[in-house]
Design a protein around this ligand. Structure first.
Ligand code: FMN
Length: 210
């Protein structure tokens, strides 16, 4: 995971790589930020799988490390006239992505507040980019969280995919000895299907961002 400062410095390098024909940049966003969260365990499992899959340049984004304050820009993000350094840094990070996977829990049948806050900060940077989900929770596997955020994503002109990884009762896949998370082959197959779709959409949407 990177701090905002590291990610901003990295931006100069990463923009050069942005969306080569074969390897678009996939940002994997960890949406939970609370102390003691399980999000990074789930994200690490998916990140390892996505790196093996090797269709994308993979960039982990942890909203806890990004640490955006509650939305405080004076002007509408459509104008891109950002007042604050935290917004400028966040804009540069999101701008270089060609696709996203949001790793999200479900809080009260809804998406976590840090995710909604991070989405609201920007506009053009999100547009015409596909989004997949890795969700986790109790019996719902976090699916209500995913459904709750889709109207926001489509308002931002993003393309949320129906193919997703949904992990019910995720705690059972945390190994007692190592503390690592492994939900098994069925979820790997779902991850593969989602990555394949993300690649198709990332390529198809790129001309709309030209
Ligand atoms: C405020 C809060 C609300 C929650 N609401 C739900 C819920 O609606 N559905 C669900 O399946 N789990 C719910 N949970 C349990 C979470 O699935 C579980 O705490 C999970 O670890 C949260 O992800 P995180 O650890 O990455 O924050 C809730 C947890 C919290 C802290």
């Amino acid at each position: 995971m990177f701090s905002v400062a590291q990610l901003t410095a990295k931006d100069n390098v990463m923009t050069e790589n942005n969306m080569t024909d074969n390897q678009p940049t996939l940002q994997v966003i960890t949406a939970s930020t609370r102390n003691g969260r399980s999000g990074p365990l789930v994200a690490d499992w998916f990140l390892n799988y996505a790196r093996k899959n090797a269709q994308f340049i993979i960039e982990p984004i942890d909203l806890a490390a990004i640490s955006l304050p509650m939305y405080n820009e004076p002007r509408h993000p459509r104008l891109k006239q950002y007042e604050y350094d935290h917004t400028k840094a966040w804009s540069a990070i999101v701008n270089r992505a060609d696709a996203f996977v949001i790793v999200t829990p479900e809080y009260n049948y809804f998406a976590p507040p840090a995710l909604i806050n991070a989405l609201d900060y920007l506009s053009h940077e999100w547009a015409y980019k596909p989004v997949g989900f890795v969700s986790y929770g109790g019996i719902s596997g976090g699916t209500r969280s995913v459904q709750s955020v889709k109207p926001l994503l489509t308002t931002l002109q993003m393309v949320p995919l129906p193919v997703a990884v949904s992990i019910p009762f995720f705690n059972q896949y945390i190994k007692a000895d190592s503390g690592t998370f492994d939900p098994g082959e069925i979820q790997e197959k779902a991850a593969e299907a989602m990555l394949n779709e993300l690649l198709r959409w990332a390529k198809a949407l790129k001309p709309l961002r030209a």
